[in-house]
Ligand binder design. Sequence first.
Ligand SMILES: [Zn+2]
Length: 350
Amino acid sequence: MPTVQHEASLLIEKKVKLTPSQQHDIPRQYYNFAKYGDLKSRVESRMPLTDYIGKTEYVSDMITRKGIRMRKIRILEESRETIEVTLWGDKGEDFQKEVAKDKILAITGTNVTIYNGRTQLESTSATTTAINPDIPELETYIQRFKNLKAKPNEDTATEITIGDLTNVDVNQPTKQYRCTARIIKIDPLRNWFFAKCPDCSGKLYSQRQTFACGNCDFTDEPKFFYSVNTIVTDDTGTVEAVFFTNAMNDMLNISCRDLVITHRYTDQKIIPEQIRVLQGTTKVLYFNVRPDRTIAINKAENLESASTTATSSLIPTTPNPKKYHEKRTTTTSIQPDKKQKTLGSHHYLL
Ligand SMILES: [Zn+2]
């Protein structure tokens, strides 16, 4: 099946001879932009690849997850819908972050996938990106996007100050709040992560460099989750708050698993430098207030990116680690023979 949608396609075999053309008015790039509404029907179908055009709203730095480098971009389309694009490896490295913001971006040869219920685009080896692409319609696109704003998100969080948290009704534990606050302290006495059993999902207990499940003799790598205890403050008050995995990923660009396995921060009580430097930084925090009044932070934005976004769902999502595990092999997988057994319970040596 052809990779681009066209009534004709060329099959280039061994005997084909290629000679340079003297004609100079042939466009260098062929685009066949999909509309936002077309994307759902293309999910998980590898061909044809998808070209897309829109205004760049957000470009992340390079992110490392499970040892894989990537960059996230958010594009606003004419329909006022935004979509996230993941540029893998070199495609991400080569992307000119500094010049892309608020420019028209044409991206070609992507796959349409679903992550966390949202449609997204992922680069393939055929992907090209062009900022303000050299096409006749460029000026039209620039004019069209000039005053276009993303659709507001329905599930926006309620703005709150820390001082007002005492008045919150804790019987609505799923309600989302948002507040801008400074992390003044990361609690050095509390565990900064926890691990779960890959088989039964039970919480693992740790002894020195090992993790053990009370129920099973697991052989796969444990699952690691951030749970960083902090004190945050704004002008109105100070409160204890726990940053969970999604919020930490927003701030750190490194997964908990990579800190533990790749960077060898295997001690739950020793806070990695990457986390300690967050002390003193101010973030836009999204959180729930649990019935016991603990503050569970599940999303954190930098002030700069938060002030330029119109909705609350625009920050890069974490890729599904399972999915990429299947697609790419990691170099840091742990050999089952490192597993240690001690008196009746099963230990996993890091
Ligand atoms: Zn288990």
